[in-house]
Design a protein around this ligand. Structure first.
Ligand code: HEC
Length: 126
């Protein structure tokens, strides 16, 4: 049997290979291991719980004092956001809110770990 490859199919094969490789390498360059939710939990309890609450419902002890309430991660509005979008928020913060940038305080690995923990909280629904 002979496999006939026209220039067109060869081109699209190369394109899809490049896209696949880029997708595979993207997050891996930032961190080579899957995020660690145990470390994420420690980061969360230390830095985020006061506002976002133990279960991520936005009901931490400091929440009542804030004009803009902390995000409730269980709402669809948060839940449906991509990892990139949430990471960007953790990295840069949200203007005119108590959610400041964590860039200097948390390493990239810690930001990924804490996001994984937030996702886990939402998955557990508690
Ligand atoms: C001082 C209170 C406070 C602390 C501490 C805090 N946040 Fe927030 N966070 C907020 C507020 C307020 C908002 C929502 C702002 C808005 O709705 O515009 C928010 C929003 C967010 C969002 C965006 C959610 C969405 O749906 O877009 C993420 C993600 C987030 N916080 C993660 C974290 C993480 C991770 C930490 C700990 C490293 C943390 N926050 C610590 C107050 C806080």
């Amino acid at each position: 049997m002979q496999i006939v490859m026209t220039t067109g199919t060869r081109y699209s094969f190369v394109v899809s290979l490049v896209v696949t490789l880029a997708a595979a390498c993207g997050p891996a360059t930032a961190q080579d291991f899957p995020p660690d939710v145990t470390r994420g939990k420690a980061v969360y309890e230390r830095h985020c719980l006061a506002c976002h609450g133990r279960g991520g419902w936005g009901d931490g002890p400091d929440a009542a004092a804030l004009t803009v309430p902390p995000a409730n991660f269980h709402r669809f509005k948060s839940f449906l956001k991509s990892e990139e979008e949430l990471l960007r928020t953790i990295e840069h913060g949200i203007v005119f809110s108590a959610m400041h940038s964590w860039q200097g305080q948390l390493t990239e690995t810690e930001r990924l770990d804490v996001l994984a923990y937030i996702r886990l909280l939402v998955q557990q629904g508690k």
